[in-house]
Design a protein around this ligand. Structure first.
Ligand SMILES: Nc1ncnc2c1ncn2[C@@H]1O[C@H](COP(=O)(O)OP(=O)(O)OP(=O)(O)O)[C@@H](O)[C@H]1O
Ligand SMILES: O=P(O)(O)OC[C@H]1O[C@H](OP(=O)(O)OP(=O)(O)O)[C@H](O)[C@@H]1O
Ligand SMILES: [Mg+2]
Length: 283
């Protein structure tokens, strides 16, 4: 069967996590900065390293079969690609921001103003939705600098910690959209057995991030309280300890309510609790 091609970002915010995800899926490949294409040694896959802006188009045209890219870029390029899997990294928000001392108070105050952005398509859709007539000034980067230079009254750009806004004298003003990295695919690819195998591996890696492996010791008389707290987990493993009347319980706890669960287990008599990361969960 023909190798699949996956396009990932060459350098930038999504590069490292995309490479790590593929490596965690057990794929062996060289990752030299200078090579823009690499073949996976132990899986029928080639990896293309591209500018993120080009990834949705490559996938839509079938030049690449799959891609890892932010939702903001998918929307901006309006490429016709299928969402295969949300990946949980590259989380950020596209926001409107204004200078700290701006007199803009309401969305309608943007009428007649100039807004700098690298996302003119998404911004225009947003302005249309709120019936705002503003001038969009497209720039390809360092957008946060533009109000200070007198180029724009507001900006529309990606915000994560808010540090870049702050250090450029700006404040967030309105949310335009949230985004995370997505595995996208060409629409003719669905059902492809190589994709099915890759997706199973990706999901097992993503699922593993949501849980911790926990081993605890408990006196046998307290075991029913512990197993009651672990209801929902498929029957925890219980192993006798060398010390008479004690057992070790092995289980998996979700990251979401981890501390709450641990504290309740302690109250119920759990001791010597050991927590380990999980590499993969295969359902
Ligand atoms: N501060 C951030 N925190 C989290 N995710 C971010 C952040 N900034 C950007 N992203 C996400 O990562 C993607 C890539 O961001 P990056 O800044 O590397 O893009 P770029 O400069 O356009 O890169 P390229 O050189 O590939 O065109 C963005 O499209 C967005 O989805
Ligand atoms: O809210 P913050 O945590 O400060 O992050 C936001 C910044 O991150 C991104 O740029 P990046 O640092 O990736 O550089 P780039 O402009 O070269 O893409 C984005 O374009 C913002 O400028
Ligand atoms: Mg880009």
């Amino acid at each position: 069967m023909k190798n699949l091609k996956i396009a990932i970002q060459k350098s930038g915010r999504l590069n490292e996590k995309s490479v790590q995800l593929l490596k965690n899926c057990g794929l062996n490949f060289e990752n030299y900065k200078s090579s823009l294409i690499t073949t996976v040694g132990n899986f029928p896959l080639e990896i293309l390293f591209l500018r993120d802006d080009d990834i949705p188009g490559y996938v839509a045209q079938g030049i690449a079969d799959l891609g890892i890219v932010g939702e903001n870029v998918i929307d901006e390029t309006q490429a016709q690609v299928e969402y295969v899997q949300r990946l949980g990294f590259g989380k950020c928000n596209l926001k409107l921001a204004i200078p700290k001392d701006s007199d803009i108070q309401d969305l309608k105050d943007l009428n007649g103003k100039a807004i700098a952005t690298s996302y003119p398509v998404i911004l225009q859709q947003f302005l249309d939705e709120y019936k705002i007539k503003a001038e969009i000034r497209e720039i390809s980067g360092s957008v946060e600098i533009s109000p200070g230079l007198g180029l724009a009254d507001a900006i529309c750009d990606i915000v994560s910690t808010g540090g870049t806004l702050k250090s450029n004298g700006l404040k967030p003003f309105a949310d335009v959209r949230s985004s995370e990295a997505i595995l996208v695919g060409n629409k003719n690819l669905l059902g492809n057995p190589i994709l099915t195998e890759l997706l199973q591996r990706i999901q097992s890696v993503l699922l593993a991030k949501e849980v911790k492996y926990v081993v605890l010791n408990v006196e046998k008389i307290n075991l029913p309280k512990i197993t009651e707290l672990l209801r929902g987990v498929k029957s925890p493993t219980v192993v006798p300890l060398a010390e008479e009347g004690w057992v070790a319980v092995h289980t998996v706890i979700s990251e979401e309510d981890f501390w709450e669960k641990i504290n309740r287990l302690k109250t119920a008599g759990a001791q010597g609790i050991v927590v380990m990361p999980v590499e993969k969960v295969i359902m």
